[in-house]
Write a protein that binds this ligand. Structure first.
Ligand SMILES: NC(=O)c1ccc[n+]([C@@H]2O[C@H](COP(=O)([O-])OP(=O)(O)OC[C@H]3O[C@@H](n4cnc5c(N)ncnc54)[C@H](OP(=O)(O)O)[C@@H]3O)[C@@H](O)[C@H]2O)c1
Length: 345
């Protein structure tokens, strides 16, 4: 195939005007450096982070204009002269922080987020350094594989990055968004028990179907942290996947056991939390900020997804590349469950 020259892509021009800063148009296909790989993207997926970047609420580095979205899966169509990891036809997924290869995340690596600092996946073709890609799991479609970059890897890091989850332990997941449903599926595959919270009867049924052992409706049960603790015979849960922030941390502290961990991942309910860090002492627990994960962790996750034939939960409503702004609005309105898929032709 000759090097394609032009393509369709979205850009975020800046912050301050919400989704009006998202613009769709024509662009050049990037030229390849010696270590780069050209990927024909087949699918992308959105994260809450993509919704708050144009709103100026994202706490990590960004540049503007930027091609949005971190999550993408596609096929290698061209490789630079020094590329050794990939060949044409390989199925690949993007690595969120391109510089986070293994071990702890560093400040330098945190400056390499795809869709934030590095141009992202809402386009037909993208070039990445060969170490910025991971092999797509064999058992997943492009739409499924595209969801792994951010939500998938973050929940994997929450379960394995500090103290690896063990069979028989209990994990509490909050809501039915992307991160939480991945955590539910990975925790189940690890032989752990799952307590899930959600907002409605319909979603209660869905998380039960996905295998949650207990489901708590936080709109009906305001003290769900205490209920979760009772479900563990008063001991508390080993790990909380904390995505609610201001709306949930007090309950998470009530739910967590002595020496348990609260993985601080998001702030869907607001970032101004009233609880104090001293409560990690009074509850004898660890609160750990998690920022996605490394290429090494993503490779481990891919192996686990293949071994257990895990399929990410993709919302039934899918969008084309041209309809990406509608996908942003759909996720912002919390109309979705799990991950939203954007098909790229
Ligand atoms: N630190 C990181 O590296 C990292 C990586 C990925 C995501 N995140 C963050 O993690 C959070 C979740 O991301 P996501 O992409 O999974 O989001 P998402 O898919 O947009 O999650 C939305 C769902 O979360 C639930 N929810 C909404 N508000 C809530 C609240 N106040 N309390 C509890 N649950 C609530 C709702 O489900 P129900 O109706 O079922 O309750 C809602 O449908 C975001 O804050 C995101 O920025 C951080």
């Amino acid at each position: 195939m000759a090097h394609p020259t032009s393509q369709k892509q979205w850009i975020v021009t800046g912050t301050g005007k919400g989704l009006d800063t998202l613009q769709f148009g024509d662009a050049k296909v990037p030229k390849l450096g010696d270590n780069d790989v050209l990927v024909k993207l087949h699918a992308a997926s959105l994260n809450y982070r993509d919704l708050i970047i144009p709103r100026g609420q994202y706490p990590f580095p960004t540049k503007f204009p930027v091609v949005p979205a971190s999550d993408g899966a596609g096929e290698v169509v061209e490789v630079g002269s020094k590329v050794s990891l990939w060949k044409k036809g390989d199925r690949v997924v993007t690595l969120f922080n391109q510089g986070h290869q293994y071990g702890d995340v560093t400040i330098t690596a945190s400056n390499t987020g795809v869709g934030g600092v590095v141009d992202g996946t809402l386009r037909q073709y993208a070039s990445f350094n060969e170490i910025g890609l991971v092999r797509a799991p064999k058992n997943l479609s492009y739409a499924e594989a595209a969801t792994l970059t951010c939500a998938g890897l973050t929940s994997w890091n929450a379960l394995y990055g500090l103290k690896a989850i063990k069979p028989g332990e209990t994990v509490l997941v909050q809501g039915t968004g992307g991160v939480s449903l991945f955590a539910l599926q990975f925790a189940k595959a690890a032989g752990a028990k799952v307590i899930a919270t959600t907002s409605s009867k319909e979603k209660e049924d869905l998380v039960k179907k996905l295998g949650a052992h207990y489901v708590l409706n936080y709109n009906k049960d305001k003290n769900w942290g205490e209920t979760a603790r009772k479900l563990t015979n008063g001991v508390g849960v080993d790990l909380v996947i904390e995505v609610g922030g201001a709306g949930t941390i007090a309950q998470s502290l009530t739910a967590v056991k002595y020496e348990g961990t609260i993985a601080i991942i998001g702030f869907l309910g607001g970032a101004k939390v009233e609880n104090s860090l001293i409560e990690c002492l009074t509850h004898i627990c660890t609160a750990r900020g998690v920022y996605v994960g490394s290429r090494q962790q993503m490779e481990d996750m891919v192996a686990a997804i293949e071994a257990n034939d895990i399929h990410p939960y993709v919302d039934s409503k899918t969008f084309s590349l041209e309809q990406a702004k509608e996908a942003y609005e759909y996720q912002w309105a919390k109309g979705h469950v799990g991950k939203i898929s954007i098909k790229i032709a």
